[in-house]
Design a protein around this ligand. Structure first.
Ligand SMILES: O=C(O)CCC(=O)C(=O)O
Ligand SMILES: [Fe+2]
Length: 225
């Protein structure tokens, strides 16, 4: 699980929120697959609406420009973000996200990672925590507007009832070039280490090059594209 601080600035959050007031919203059940529909109680911006698609593309571009997200996820495909809203007891019970999704261009996406971008400040609503089952127990996530959390799509997770106020968020799914969590995590650690060493003046250039070489060759050996 990775927290990405300030994926969006507060100004960008305000622009998204403003724009979302002028698009059509639908019952979230319509976009839930299989058993997930029974436990989904929220609203979702109509993803067939051109303005919603523009917002999704804008957020997609922000994803692409975020080095931490790119390094942690090593994405091959990204689902156009969806915007959802929970209010008045709205919640999304325990579920797993669909393993296979179809992209607008009809290509198939295997969901390896899920991302939630918080678009409401935590003090503006009660409840609404994203609770994720991990090997280390349940993790409850409620972040500042503009922050995001990246987590395995294989987890069971839920959104707790929003008992006051409104929780607006964007969600998306990523297919990683490196499907296995353990290897992807190791590559991320290696990448972080290389970045840190690159910032030190005392590090021998040839050794840094060798580490770069190793990183890229590991991706070459394991990437599924
Ligand atoms: O809104 C969230 O934080 C997550 C929603 C979710 O789990 C989903 O839409 O599949
Ligand atoms: Fe989900």
């Amino acid at each position: 699980m990775h927290v990405l601080k300030q994926l969006l600035t507060k100004t960008e959050v305000a622009e998204f929120r403003q724009a979302l007031q002028h698009v059509p919203w639908l019952d979230g059940k319509g976009s839930a697959m299989g058993m997930a529909a029974a436990v989904k109680h929220n609203a979702q911006a109509d993803r067939d609406h051109h303005q919603v698609q523009q917002l999704a593309n804008r957020l997609l571009a922000k994803f692409g420009h975020n080095p931490s997200l790119m390094a942690a996820a090593l994405p091959h495909r990204i689902y156009p973000p969806c915007f959802n809203s929970y209010a008045a007891g709205g919640h999304y019970g325990w579920h797993v996200d669909a393993a296979i999704m179809r992209l607008p261009d009809q290509q198939i996406l295997r969901s390896d990672l899920s991302i939630t971008v918080f678009l409401s400040e935590p003090e503006d609503y009660q409840g609404g925590e994203l609770v994720i089952q991990t090997d280390f127990g349940e993790q409850s996530v409620k972040l500042a507007a503009g922050d995001a959390v990246l987590y395995s799509s294989a987890t069971l997770h839920q959104v707790m009832p929003v008992t006051a106020g409104q929780r607006v968020a964007a969600i998306s799914w990523l297919q990683s070039m490196i499907p296995g969590t353990a290897l992807r995590e190791t590559l991320y650690q290696l990448d972080l280490s290389i970045q840190a060493l690159a910032g030190h003046s005392g590090v021998e250039r040839a050794e840094l090059d060798r580490l770069h070489h190793i990183y890229h060759n590991l991706i070459r050996q394991h990437a599924q594209v």
